[in-house]
Ligand binder design. Structure first.
Ligand SMILES: NC(=O)c1ccc[n+]([C@@H]2O[C@H](COP(=O)([O-])OP(=O)(O)OC[C@H]3O[C@@H](n4cnc5c(N)ncnc54)[C@H](OP(=O)(O)O)[C@@H]3O)[C@@H](O)[C@H]2O)c1
Length: 327
């Protein structure tokens, strides 16, 4: 098969669409013929050499895909050859075929474009596991979503609204904020011209904050929390180590969480299988009903994976970038 291989670490030019060995299908796995793959910041970090895949994962980038099941490993009973699916991967999505545990596969709901579906599994699992399973977001609460115009942000806005929360978002332009409002965001904060701490203080602070910035926002995020607030850090776009003001945190009975999806075990407590099962049971009906839709900013052929990585940092990109592997 062909896949994107990394010829060393560095810029987009280290990615090459080339012949490589087919994945082995182990017991409990299915083999997917890939239609499209979602592009994530983690892929860029892996390409640069800062985010190696877990030991048992493919070295090919790609944390999510859509496609058709073409083979079943021993013991797989819940899926059939020919099923149209999307899947959460530990790697290997930028390829013609990928093997994945059957427990990380989701059906593509009727009527959903299979290319767009490639951009859903990673964000759906990240958003649901952090907003609901970790932070326990409840109806009527105020959630602050940093990076509202990103792949995670565009999904998180829709999910939080369906849960009955009030949604505040940050973004770097008024154009992006207007699009966040179309998705349901109530409070729009341009982080270049406004102070998000002051903006949410007008509502007694945020009950939940979903943070993509890490160190850069840590102190201000704690300041922005309401009493009993929960800060969930999922990204480190603003650095890895910051100062945590414990006095400010304990005075609010607050909590700080930091989680990732990729390095979770395949099975057991807190595993990818558990998160995907929760998404399938609780979030997937919202997707099937068209209440939560994938927001796709750009669709490129896999031969333009380098351009797709560059688009992640473009101010024009709103939502996800996906790579088409086959028609
Ligand atoms: N922990 C996990 O398991 C997990 C899983 C998936 C993703 N992530 C992480 O979550 C973060 C978001 O992922 P994504 O897929 O949504 O990435 P993305 O699509 O690239 O979006 C990132 C967003 O960050 C915004 N941004 C840049 N500087 C900002 C600032 N100072 N304040 C607020 N927003 C800012 C950008 O928008 P502007 O143009 O508005 O600046 C952009 O929309 C990434 O850091 C990613 O690595 C973590």
């Amino acid at each position: 098969m062909r896949a994107v291989e990394l010829n060393g670490f560095g810029g987009p030019e280290v990615m090459e669409w080339t012949e490589t060995v087919d994945p082995e299908v182990r017991p409990g796995e299915v083999l997917i013929e890939v239609i499209a793959a979602g592009v994530n910041r983690a892929d860029v970090m892996q390409r640069r050499g800062f985010y190696p895949p877990p030991a048992d994962a493919s070295s090919v980038p790609g944390l999510e895909c859509s496609g058709t099941i073409v083979a079943l490993g021993d013991g797989v009973r819940d899926w059939r050859v020919g099923d149209r699916v999307c899947a959460l991967l530990a790697g290997g999505g930028y390829a013609e075929r990928v093997a994945v545990p059957a427990t990380q596969v989701l059906p593509i709901p009727e009527g959903l474009d299979p290319v767009a579906a490639a951009g859903l599994p990673e964000v759906a699992v990240t958003v649901w596991s952090n907003l609901v399973m970790t932070a326990g977001l409840r109806s009527g609460e105020l959630v602050l979503i940093h990076g509202g115009g990103g792949g995670i942000g565009t999904c998180a806005i829709q999910v939080a609204k369906r849960l009955g929360a009030r949604v505040a978002v940050t973004a770097g332009s008024d154009e992006k904020l207007a699009k966040c409002a179309e998705l349901g965001a109530d409070l729009l904060i341009n982080y270049k011209t406004q102070d998000f701490v002051a903006e949410v203080a007008a509502f007694d602070g945020a009950d939940v904050i979903l943070d993509n910035m890490g160190a850069k926002y840590l102190e201000r995020n704690v300041e922005a929390l309401a009493a009993h607030g929960r800060l969930v850090v999922i990204g480190m776009q603003g650095g890895v180590s910051g100062t945590l003001n414990l006095a400010a945190l304990l005075g609010k009975w607050g909590t700080v969480h930091a989680t990732n999806v990729r390095n979770r075990p395949r099975a057991g407590a807190g595993s990818k299988a558990e998160l995907v099962a929760a998404v399938r049971e609780q979030l997937w009906p919202m997707v099937a009903a068209g209440e939560v839709v994938p927001v796709i900013s750009a669709e490129l052929p896999v031969t333009e994976a380098g351009r797709a990585h560059e688009l992640l940092d473009s101010p024009e990109t709103f939502g996800k970038v996906v790579l088409r592997i086959r028609d």
